[in-house]
Design a protein. Sequence first.
Length: 338
Amino acid sequence: MASSLRNLVLLLCVIALFTLVLALRYFDRDIRPLAVSSNIVSGSETVGRRIDEPIQPLPPAPQLDARIVQLGFKLFHDPRLSHDNSISCANCHDLSRGGVDHRRLSPGVGGTPGKFNTPTVFNSVYNFRHMRQGTAATLEEQLDMVINSPLEMKSNWAEVVAKLSADENYASAFGDLFRDGVTVANIKKVIEAYEKTLVTPDSRFDRYLRGDDTAITEEEKEGYRLFKSYGCVSCHQGRNVGGNHFQKLGVMFDYLPAARELLADEVEEQEDHNFVVPSLRNVAVTGPYFHDGDVQTLEDAVHTMAVVQTGQSIPKSDVERIVQFLRTLTGEYQGHPL
């Protein structure tokens, strides 16, 4: 009996010690120096990769079949995907403007605005779900919704396949790549392949994470420290700095009452008002902000999120530093800064 009691006490002590070590590692994360690996890497990564950070650098764009990607590019920019041949995917996702159109709500066929602000298409391949409320599990499923939506393309797959099949160039291109030619599955496959290449690695912050201590300024480093200390990383972390889970908008305080009216149906169905946490990659060039597009500046976005998500009113000087950090997340597409 005594032996069993001693073993139990010993086990509890071991568990308590292990818990204490984990707690110290977690709470010490923001105040101890960044851990740097001893591995020397090639190219610009001459110092060593920073580890144990809540944000990781983006990988380079995947190497896919160039013929499929090129065909996906053509379809992404082809307005014939819409019912009246008036809008293409690129109308809302302008690659020369950060992958968005900078409108509060993007108009679909007939000029009818959608319910949500258009998120950037860049790095969307790294989101765990798609659309603002995560209603699409994959990029292909998202395309389904866009094609059939009365507020977007207002079309259907039978109509799209008929249009593309009647085009000799498309018929030939699909025939060269797929035995069954122009089909719904093949259209989805090539557009998805193209969207997978729309990644923006090598931001200044990525270079910093990979060991280049000169890639960002001391003020920007301070902004990153504040970003962590205020708890922003509880939602915005990982290689996409978000996009990897749901979160309620308005954890501490309700978001704009106008937003509840705008989304009356969705709120009724989804009481928690949950959305996919947006990626902060390229956030400096993808305004306006939030699902309703009501916030115009990055400074206002940071202040609003601090209040409604954490219950804190951040001093203006700290907001400015955090915004300086967020600007370092702007990456490059095909070797050129966005």
